[in-house]
Design a binder for this molecule. Structure first.
Ligand SMILES: C[S@@+](CC[C@H](N)C(=O)[O-])C[C@H]1O[C@@H](n2cnc3c(N)ncnc32)[C@H](O)[C@@H]1O
Length: 321
């Protein structure tokens, strides 16, 4: 049995800090669960399935940009980087870059610790000459990199527009922490989803097969395991839509009937139609994306986009302190 399944079977409970964060979100007037809890072992696999969906354009659009501009990307970055993959998942995107970037070290970080460790174990066999480390940690509020991570030429890799899960203010603070975590020879390779028509965005986060719905609902089972809650996924429905005024896609879970939920140390009633907010995915205009990097201590050297201008893949260097 793979390590991740073993761990799920052991029904690992949350640390006190995680339990407190989840309880506070569930008890809030407008209930929420952070999107980082979408990724248990099953959630990580469901996200891989989402990336295969025709409606989910970000993964294939970003991959096409990288394939088309691979030589330019390789020149901009140069060899010998310490490639630090933030939210590495199955590490597939970084692996596609290895032959271009020839990193000296690859560091895969993910809150889904077992999933990323399994991925690194497989990847190390394919690329035995690259030094690799998997780190299971939550980077949303701080980034403490252990001594095993080389300090030379740190290149943070943050693809897939995961930056969109933060509000613009949170994103700026996060990027500032990345700048603080590298020397003047550091940089960033980031994928940022751009504003586009609402129908495309609606479909991307509410697909016909219901894979995104399963991904969203699975957060409830993860929360059940983490804090001993008794969510019944059959009582909840997925909602995913573009909120144009906020320039973000929102995912929610909506109660289909009046119901009660309890967890270790708390309980709450939800009436039919009441929602739990589970994810934001902010969409940027290209100029605002570049501005965000500049306000965070980085300077964009290249912005590569697709012919439809749906997605931006950006290399930025650290501005010397
Ligand atoms: C949208 S997926 C992207 C996966 C992959 N990088 C890609 O672009 O296809 C987000 C990944 O980040 C991880 N993640 C989300 N929030 C995190 C956090 N706060 N700390 C560490 N990893 C996180 C998830 O477990 C998941 O693997």
């Amino acid at each position: 049995m793979p390590t991740s399944r073993l761990t799920e079977a052991r029904q690992r409970l949350a640390t006190p800090a995680v339990a407190a964060e989840l309880a506070a979100g569930l008890a809030a007037r407008e209930a929420f669960i952070s999107p980082k809890y979408l990724y248990d072992a099953l959630g990580s696999r469901l996200f891989e399935a989402i990336c295969e969906l025709p409606e989910y354009y970000p993964t294939r659009t970003e991959a096409a940009i990288v394939a088309r501009y691979s030589a330019e990307i390789a020149r901009a970055v140069g060899p010998g980087a310490t490639l630090i993959d933030l939210g590495a998942g199955n590490c597939a995107k970084a692996a596609a870059l290895f032959p271009l970037l020839h990193p000296a070290q690859y560091v895969a970080i993910d809150i889904a610790a077992d999933f990323v460790r399994d991925a690194i174990a497989r990847l190390q066999q394919r690329f035995p000459h690259i030094e690799m480390t998997a780190l299971g940690l939550d980077f949303s509020s701080k980034l403490d990199l252990p001594d095993v991570v080389r300090t030379e030429k740190r290149l943070f890799f943050y693809p897939g527009s995961s930056i969109g899960n933060f509000t613009p203010d949170e994103a700026r603070a996060f990027l500032q922490r990345l700048r603080a975590a590298c020397d003047d020879d550091g940089g960033l390779l980031i994928g940022i989803d751009l504003v586009k028509d609402a129908a495309t965005l609606d479909a991307a986060y509410d697909d016909d097969l219901g894979i995104t719905a399963a991904f969203n609902l699975n957060i409830l089972r993860h929360v059940n395991r983490l804090i001993g809650a008794d969510f019944d996924v059959l009582q909840w429905e997925h909602r995913g839509f573009y909120n144009e005024g906020e320039s973000r896609v929102e995912m929610h879970l909506e109660a289909m009937e009046d119901l009660s939920v309890s967890w270790h140390g708390g309980a709450r009633d939800f009436s039919a139609g009441q929602r739990i907010h589970t994810e934001n995915s902010y969409k940027y205009r290209q100029s605002l994306a570049v501005g965000l990097l500049e306000q965070s201590g980085f300077a964009a050297t290249h912005v590569w986009t697709d012919p439809d201008n749906w997605f931006a893949f950006i290399h930025a260097r650290a501005v010397p302190r």
